[in-house]
Design a protein around this ligand. Structure first.
Ligand code: PNS
Length: 167
């Protein structure tokens, strides 16, 4: 049987326990996942794409079933380059649905044949978003229950560096 491979794209700024849970559950359905950090030069990010990839690699502990990569430009072009027509995304609440639905429709118009698989986030991670993690961490809150320990270290270093620069 051919390998079932899916691309799991996202900003991952940073990877949360919700993302990690989706990766682990995704691997029950797919043989291999390509976790693709999307680099959007117009969007200001907390971590550069290389560090986001590094945090993912550290958190998945070099699992051979997971390839960590990055791209900029359109997801459909990346799928074409990777010769992969399967995309995995997580869904949390109703507000995710509208955004994901629009993106899915657009992507399928741009690349007919593309399949998108949505997995519901585990209820333990329902309320976690990278945006909130960034906000809480920036304001000095404890985010250890929302991110893998490896990511926590990067967040601490990031905000220690910012504090020492006075920003
Ligand atoms: O983690 P995010 O920010 O919710 O992920 C959204 C992402 C990065 C998957 C989406 O914005 C994306 O695919 N960006 C690549 C550019 C693109 O293809 N845009 C058209 C989507 S309709």
């Amino acid at each position: 049987m051919p390998e079932r491979i899916a691309i799991y794209p996202g900003s991952f700024d940073p990877l949360t326990l919700g993302h990690l849970n989706l990766i682990q559950r995704g691997l029950e359905t797919f043989d291999k996942l390509i976790v693709a950090v999307v680099y959007n030069p117009n969007k200001s990010a907390l971590f550069p794409p290389e560090e986001r990839m590094q945090m993912i690699r550290e958190s998945v502990k070099n699992d051979p079933r997971i390839e960590v990569d990055s791209f900029h430009g359109l997801l459909v072009d990346y799928c074409a380059r990777k010769n992969c027509n399967m995309v995995l995304r997580g869904l949390r609440a109703a507000q995710d649905f509208e955004y994901e639905f629009e993106m899915a429709m657009m992507n399928r118009r741009l690349r007919p044949g593309l399949e998108l698989v949505f997995m519901m986030t585990d209820d333990a991670f329902f309320y976690i978003s990278a945006t909130m993690v960034r906000e809480v961490a920036k304001l000095g809150g404890d985010v250890s229950q929302f991110v893998p320990p490896q990511v926590l270290e990067h967040l601490k270093a990031r905000f220690a560096a910012k504090a020492s620069k006075g920003s």
